[in-house]
Write a protein that binds this ligand. Structure first.
Ligand code: C2E
Ligand code: MG
Ligand code: MG
Length: 584
């Protein structure tokens, strides 16, 4: 016993005459426990939780939030919070008992007022209920947004459902209820109108790099720029970084360009790209919901493109839309019925011309539409947050092909697998790859993971932890499409990649362009100095291959050697020309 003694002995709280409920109710803040997975059911809450939510007792609180953590958080903050909690939890060393998170989000109390809540959570293993989150709520602050009307003298502000509490713009509800009347006035004045949908590219990056408070401020600035530029329109924020507008058609292009340029300059070291999709409201029979959907489709079609800041909807997009609906509606069936096939594109070692690995590239063999290329479904699955269904099927098939090869031929070359940026948050990639490879009893160096450069800007913390955890399990991690984004070199210092796959765009016109040659040569040298190997993809000519040998690139992949083909073709044909490097 130390100098200050031990206040409570073996009988713990009993000695203070307290049971656990008394103890929890005596804490200086809210405390609750919920299931980490599934419905995120709340299993316990103390009285303070009830009073934070303006409820008479815990029972009333549970009814108010629907008995689940998802009902605790204000709906607009939920996705961001869940992402943040899991990325904080996963970034810790999994062998240590310190799975903690700290997040701030908004809640709506029983009286409809909005508050900020600061919570500290910890993931705790529990044999009876599985993993649980123990959460302590330290304090609450009222939401203070200049444009929100005050409900009473109380510092708490009552939020009207017609007002977006963060920006003070109109809410989705207001927009739906008032657009028809607004358009009727425009029609009476013979003004042609358009519906515009705005989205900020990679807004998550702003939150991760600058913090959520700064992210909120950026949204408020964007709202004021839009409000100022479209004072003659009907403007609303729908959710996160999505704004909608109904405004006069005349001069819309110039106004959108101006908004784009002003938003791009909001933060000096970090250009923010706001994109707009436009649907002209010149057909009387079109409902506003229809127009809104089309504007959104137009906006999504230019996401991540630096050569467009707005796009009008046109019929070529409607074909894509049918395709998108088909893909989203049939992905489960496609996986179940084996329509998803793995093709493989071999990789050749430059010095030896032996086949040193192959990349799994999926193909969708549709019974009605024929063979679909990834460009016809990957993006749609990513947008619908369904890409993990595809990725899981491809991992499974790759492992099964490796096993078959080992059994039948006694050899196999490693396979690299692609994971989309948002696949990393939808799937526990290290766990999936690890458990599937183990289930097939394969050596871990037979599987590599490719992560595209664009995922580096999506969620840096999550990515760092995914790479760490893959390395812990002895899987090599390759950076795919290096050079296709705009921040590549800077990012190399922050992540440990084993191989740099240089984007084929670098090779376009290389033979006649001295600058491209210098770039490939320098990148190759740089990668080697940083302890990485280089693979150049998209090699189509002998001249390009000779050049790669010249600059010391390690591996090459491209149509010069083979297009992606079924596994059997690799085994029966490709290996005859380019024998496998490693024999297992
Ligand atoms: P990627 O991973 O960068 O794959 C390389 C793409 O370039 C492949 O297109 C390949 O066929 C093509 N390619 C290879 N060599 C050459 C060449 O010499 N010249 C030209 N012009 N093209 C070449 P593919 O198979 O259509 O795949 C496109 C993208 O779709 C892939 O890019 C990958 O990011 C994604 N993808 C494919 N399968 C999957 C999958 O199962 N899951 C996920 N998440 N993404 C996938
Ligand atoms: Mg790839
Ligand atoms: Mg690539």
């Amino acid at each position: 016993m130390g100098a200050y003694g031990q206040l409570i002995g073996e009988n713990g709280l009993d000695e203070l005459g307290l049971n656990l409920n008394d103890f929890a109710d005596g804490l200086p803040g809210g405390f609750f426990i919920y299931e980490a997975y599934g419905d995120e059911r709340i299993l316990f809450a103390n009285k303070q939780m009830a009073s934070i939510f303006g409820c008479a007792d815990v029972q009333e609180f549970l009814e108010h939030v629907g008995g689940s953590f998802t009902g605790v958080v204000y709906h607009e903050d939920l996705m961001r919070i869940e992402d943040s909690i899991w990325s904080q939890i996963n970034s810790g060393d999994s062998s240590l008992p310190t799975h903690r998170d700290h997040v701030t989000y908004r809640i709506v109390d029983k009286g409809g007022s909005l508050h900020f809540m600061d919570e500290y959570g910890r993931l705790v293993k529990n044999t009876a209920f599985g993993d649980l989150f123990f959460v302590f709520v330290a304090d609450t602050k009222p939401v203070a947004s200049g444009s929100v009307s005050r409900g009473s003298a109380d510092i708490r502000m009552h939020v009207s459902p017609d007002v977006d509490p963060l920006t003070g713009l109109h809410s989705m509800r207001y927009y739906h209820n008032h657009t028809a009347e607004f358009l009727a006035r425009a029609a009476a004045e013979n003004t042609q109108m358009v519906d515009v949908f705005f989205d900020v590219d990679h807004f998550k990056t702003v939150n991760y790099r600058l913090g959520y408070d700064a992210g909120d401020e950026v949204l408020q600035h964007i709202a004021s720029i839009l409000e100022e530029r479209f004072s003659d329109g009907l403007l609303a924020r729908f959710s996160d970084d999505h704004f909608v507008l109904v405004a006069p058609r005349k001069g819309i292009e110039e106004r959108l360009e101006e908004v784009h340029d002003r938003v791009a300059r909001l933060i000096s070291h970090m250009p923010i790209e706001i994109k707009a999709g436009i649907y002209p409201l010149d057909k009387n029979d079109v409902s506003i919901a229809f127009a809104h959907d089309r504007a959104k489709v137009a906006c999504n079609s230019i996401k991540g493109r630096f050569d467009y800041c707005y796009r009008f909807y046109d019929e070529s997009l409607s074909v894509n839309e049918d395709m998108r609906d088909y893909v989203i509606g049939h992905i489960e069936e496609a996986v179940q019925k084996g329509w998803i096939r793995n093709y493989y594109q071999p990789v050749v070692r430059v010095v030896s011309k032996l086949c040193c690995s192959m990349e799994a590239l999926s193909r969708w063999k549709d019974p009605e539409l024929g063979t679909l290329a990834p460009s016809q479904y990957v993006q749609y699955l990513e947008d619908a947050r369904l890409i993990h269904l595809l990725d899981r099927a491809v991992v499974e098939r790759a492992c099964s092909d490796l096993k078959t090869s080992l059994r039948r031929f006694g050899h196999a070359v490693p396979i690299s697998l692609n994971f989309s940026p948002n696949g990393l948050s939808l799937l526990d990639v290290p766990e999936l790859v690890g458990s599937t490879v183990d289930a097939y009893d394969l050596p871990h160096d037979l599987v590599h993971v490719e992560i595209t450069e664009s995922s580096l800007t999506e969620d840096p913390e999550l990515l760092r932890s995914v790479i760490q955890r893959l390395h812990k399990r002895d899987f090599a991690v390759w950076m795919d499409d290096f050079g296709s984004g705009y921040s590549s070199l800077n990012l190399l210092k922050d992540y440990d990649f084993d191989v740099l796959k240089i984007d084929m765009e670098f090779l376009r016109g290389m033979e006649g362009n001295e600058k491209s040659r210098t770039i490939v040569r320098s990148i190759s040298n740089l990668a080697h100095r940083l302890g990485m190997l280089t693979l150049v993809e998209g090699v189509e000519s002998k001249g390009q291959f000779e050049f790669l040998r010249d600059v010391g690139a390690d591996m090459a992949q491209g149509f010069l050697f083979s297009a992606p083909v079924p596994y059997d073709v690799i085994i029966n044909d490709f290996f005859l020309r380019y024998p496998p490097e490693r024999i297992y």
